[in-house]
Design a protein around this ligand. Sequence first.
Ligand SMILES: N[C@@H](CCC(=O)N[C@@H](CS)C(=O)NCC(=O)O)C(=O)O
Length: 200
Amino acid sequence: MKLYFFPHACSLAPHIVLRELALPFELVRVDNQTKTTANGENFLQINPKGYVAALQLDNGQVLTEASAILQYLADQKTEAGLAPANGSWDRVRLQEWLNFIASEIHGGLAIFFNGAIQGDVRAMFLTTLHKRFAILVQTLERQDYLLESGYSVADAYLFVVLRWAAFNDIDLQEWPALAAFQQRISERPAVMTALAIEAA
Ligand SMILES: N[C@@H](CCC(=O)N[C@@H](CS)C(=O)NCC(=O)O)C(=O)O
């Protein structure tokens, strides 16, 4: 498998999960400006959407969208328990979280990377984000992970997108349950390895 990534982007979530599962994979860095890969390929021919993450399977199929990639990976080693069994009610709960993270937290934080978002408009987006954070806090004050059953791919995804708060002058210490969650996940060996490799 090949994971197309650029450092600290949402592709860090499948990167973490590949390491959690100890699956064999190759990391291929994408230049987001030129849309070329470190191997000199045209990334748009691999993923016409032009964004990471993209996972190329050994049969040549390319899977995109973090929520789909994360579930695909978890299902490669079900015994690791990073996703509840397909078809179960708990799996639907995982999908509920993944969709919430993708649309409300990933989208809600990524908007602040746009320098045009300033003043009243920034305040408006922040108000919405704070409401979404309140939903996360309700769960993470009660339990260590999003699912009652324990650590899952949703936690890896949430950890990655919450890291973007600091890049946008949003201090997670205002939400102690979120700050504690970030600390907890950052201590996982797979997370530390993935972060070190992406920082190199
Ligand atoms: N809907 C996609 C969004 C992926 C996405 O936002 N990727 C960002 C990095 S986190 C990216 O590559 N942006 C570059 C671009 O859009 O040109 C998903 O959920 O995976």
